[in-house]
Design a protein around this ligand. Sequence first.
Ligand code: ARG
Length: 703
Amino acid sequence: MVSQIRFLMCAPDHYNVDYVINPWMEGNIHKSSRDHAVEQWNKLYNNIKNHAIVDLVTPEKGWPDMVFSANAGLVLGKNVVVSRFLHKERQGEEPYFQQWFEQNGYNVYSLPKDLPFEGAGDALLDREGRWLWAGYGFRSELDSHPYLAKWLDIEVISLRLTDERFYHLDTCFCPLSNGYLLYYPGAFDSYSNRVIEMRVAPEKRIPIAEADAVNFACNAVNVDSIVIMNKASESLKSRLAEVGFQVIETPLTEFLKAGGAAKCLTLRVTEPIAEEVHANVSVESRIIRMEGHLLDAGLINRALDLIVEMGGSFQVLKFNLGEQRQSTSAAEVRVSAPSHEVMEEIISQLIDLGAVDLPQDQRDSKLEPVVQAGVAPDDFYVSTIYPTEIRVNGEWLNVQNQRMDGAIAISQTANGIVAKCKLLRDLEIGDRVVVDVLGIRTIRKAESREQRNSQEFSFMSSGVSSERRVELVVEQVAWELRKIKDSGGKVVVTAGPVVIHTGGGEHLSRLIREGYVQGLLGGNAIAVHDMEQNILGTSLGVDMKRGVVVRGGHRHHLKVINTVRRFGSIAKAVEAGVVKSGVMYECVKNNIPFSLAGSIRDDGPLPDTQMNLILAQQEYSQIIQGAEMILMLSSMLHSIGVGNMTPAGVKMVCVDINPAVVTKLSDRGSIESVGVVTDVGLFLSLLIQQLDKLTSPYVARVA
Ligand code: ARG
């Protein structure tokens, strides 16, 4: 039976693997046998001819991939969008295919130059004609999709390919009759997989395993209930049989060497139009502007990488390169995303890099009221550590209390409109909260190469440094501490009990005593073990001098807690002379504010430990207010908590023996944070030595 379905094919007269433009071609240059290829192609041709009509386009010498007629263009009814090949190796095929379409009476649409689109290789019609699935990521550009929707008057669903072996949509995705879909989920990003799952009911989806995928099982020609492909596993064949499809295998191994198989070798030129469908595309684009040391500081690369990693695409519209070392560059970039949802995610990340949405210059932020106390409207903008401005009534307004993971709330006060970062729980009915990503900009310091290189912290800006430069870091931290102390600035320390266990207690005590620390944050444990050590000479029952476990020592810390509880507070225990030295002693004696945040595992707790975590968070944020530097010493929990409250610009030094903790904290994308992977006791002892070197001449003179 021959239905009215027609295909266009191109005989392999000039077929060969002459270059490498996909991973399959690698290692296969001139390794394909023409005779063998001709034989395989003829079998496919005859197979298809049993079920449909096949037209032929004349093969052209010098264009070996022209056999893959799927890439000629995309046909729907009488219209065709001809391909614009990404690689110059195939661009020469374009006029021949175009000529064939013209001679056969199609309306030909051509995309703008430099907008790659590789035809039916990357665009597959739902077999019921409901919509068009269009791929992007390797060969076709996302920005071609709106043209397809407009010219072919159909809904386009964009899918992002992420595995370079499956560089064309038709290598991993095959819509079948009756709404079935044969596909390899591993070839798509998770957003696209979600989109597929939303459109195709579970009973209609036939996901295949990698073993079938690499045999190009998805690269199949479907005519009614027949599915023609290179090769299929027994399980795939029976799965397809269950739902009424008959698989015809026809080996195409010679073409696999060029990265193609059955479907690639054909183009369906009779694609029926479903009456009721119309143009629709969820692809969005926006223009953003960036300014600064875009190249020097690597900002432009980061922005472009981020767009692509998050599933979008871009076109650089303008780039004014600052020519002098000091001068800044400016860029305008068109960002495209497959949907509004993805666009919002991309833009909010770009805002962090200092980008401004161009038309935003004329747009206010979008505000929505809080209707339930402690709950933000959906789509609220999540704040970051960077100084932020929002546009209200045509004016840019500074956001106060900058911190990450809050919402930006506007309220009317006697002094006018005020914008503040607020925690969700602090939102009040009547606040208006910034939603979406319009009218928001963050201010990134524009550092030049010189500034970055001369900054004390810049050498550490590469993030985490392990032993290699611990000493160097210590030198710089010491210098910084000294500077802040001399200028009357503020340094806050967060510390975990490991500081005490590793023998760092005496060093931290000295730092406090000598005026290098203006606030201490921790939990119940640091205080308990510090006082245990100073009262009983053990830390968690281990004798700190001899390093051995003391009999009954595990009870020591409870004894200490009990004693302090008897006095009512750490300060009172110090006054009473029970605690005579140590970290907590120095805090009390030197009037250094501290906050101990409680947790579920706390013994006691000490009377000072704040077991109400909301209050503890408030105490913490009060203490870090105005800090220039935060030393985070081996306390993952408290350090991360502090990191979340701290705006960009505050220097953070995170010391932990566990690289994961350090990475997490120094990964804030701000150059002021540095991680040191080392033993904290060792770090503190080096720091003290270094400070002694810095201070001794001064001390000597006084004496
Ligand atoms: N060597 C060709 C290329 O890389 C193979 C094209 C396969 N065609 C397809 N529709 N998947 O362009």
